[in-house]
Design a protein. Structure first.
Length: 339
């Protein structure tokens, strides 16, 4: 999407001149030729003016739209995104701010339900067309767990590289050299374009650098208990299998643990496991699951704070906040030499 700066550069004038011309500022003293050039350049670049910011009066509380890229049933099955939404809604309730929550359905996102909101917190992954539609509803927008464009939009994310490096370092410190991966792929947009998961990317890069990467020990499906079970069964049918597994979500790890038991193996004596998310059930599994703790509710609260800053301060410079993770070591992983 073209910006005022793009038009100014191509038309050979200042961004301030472009802004005043496009807003029909009659006090501006420039030639008709300059105005014509600005309008023609804007048209050639398909420039569209951003919607005006709705700034609530001090006496009126803003209304916040929350979009969830999952359907309601998908969210119930994935505590990760449910917790993010809960963080946003609790922050809004504390401030007595009205929210309108929108889930994806079979037709996608029904954006019409978000009319007259003062800002949007968009949870999850969105394709370019969806991002453009959301930003057309309100210029005040914060993406959570997704950063479509650091130069244009606020975002709250985590550092997957640091998190996965912590997992690999932990396995290596415990003497594991035969390390596998079970993960998933997410899809965005109407065409359901698959996204390469950063956990898988970092896992491959890190183990390749150590000369330990085994492609046959990498299994990828969807982020579900069922696929965790299915992919682990596939992996364990191999003659050789890893002594340690990094599983990209706690939900998948639940399925992995069942597959290991059915194979007649034990966690962690035969296969050590470290997963990702630290859902509430993780510490109550048998054995308790080692996992990367993601502060999901805090991610939601942070997104709310950033959105309120946009609304109240009319901040135009985008901000990206990276929330740290924490490796929680429980009983699902042991030193290799203890086996």
């Amino acid at each position: 999407m073209a910006t005022i700066r793009d038009i100014a550069k191509q038309a050979g004038v200042s961004p301030a001149t472009v802004s005043r011309v496009l807003n029909y500022d009659h006090t501006l003293s420039v030639s008709e030729e300059t105005k014509r050039r600005v309008f023609q350049t804007a048209e050639a670049l398909n420039y569209t003016k951003k919607p005006k910011r709705r700034t609530p009066s001090k006496a009126k509380k803003p209304t916040i739209g929350i979009t969830q890229w999952y359907s309601m049933s998908e969210e119930i099955a994935d505590p990760y995104y449910l917790s993010i939404r809960s963080g946003i809604e609790r922050a809004c309730q504390e401030q007595k701010i009205e929210t309108r929550t929108l889930f994806r359905d079979e037709k996608g996102l029904s954006i019409s339900r978000l009319s007259n909101v003062d800002g949007i917190v968009a949870i999850g992954k969105y394709g370019p067309a969806e991002v453009e539609v959301l930003s057309s509803v309100s210029p005040n927008i914060v993406f959570v767990d997704w950063a479509p464009d650091d130069r244009k939009y606020d975002a709250v994310t985590i550092d997957f590289r640091v998190a996965v490096n912590d997992v690999i370092a932990s396995f290596l410190d415990m003497g594991h050299r035969e390390i596998g991966y079970i993960g998933g792929r997410e899809h965005v947009g109407e065409k359901q374009i698959p996204l390469m998961d950063p956990r898988e990317e970092v896992f491959k890069d890190r183990l390749t650098s150590k000369g330990l990467y085994q492609k046959a020990w990498v299994k990828v499906g969807s982020f579900s208990v069922e696929d965790g079970y299915r992919l682990a069964k596939e992996l364990l049918e191999e003659e050789d299998h890893p002594t340690a597994l990094f599983v990209a979500s706690d939900a998948m790890a639940i399925g992995v643990m069942r597959a290991v038991v059915e194979k007649g193996l034990r966690v962690p004596e035969d296969i050590s496991l470290i997963a990702f998310d630290d859902i509430p059930a993780a510490e109550y599994l048998t054995p308790p699951l080692s996992t990367v703790r993601v502060h999901t509710e805090f991610m939601g609260r942070t997104a709310f704070s950033m959105l309120m800053e946009q609304i109240s301060d009319l901040r135009d410079i985008p901000k990206k906040t990276i929330i740290p993770t924490e490796l929680i070591t429980r009983s699902s992983v042991i030193k290799r030499q203890e086996v």
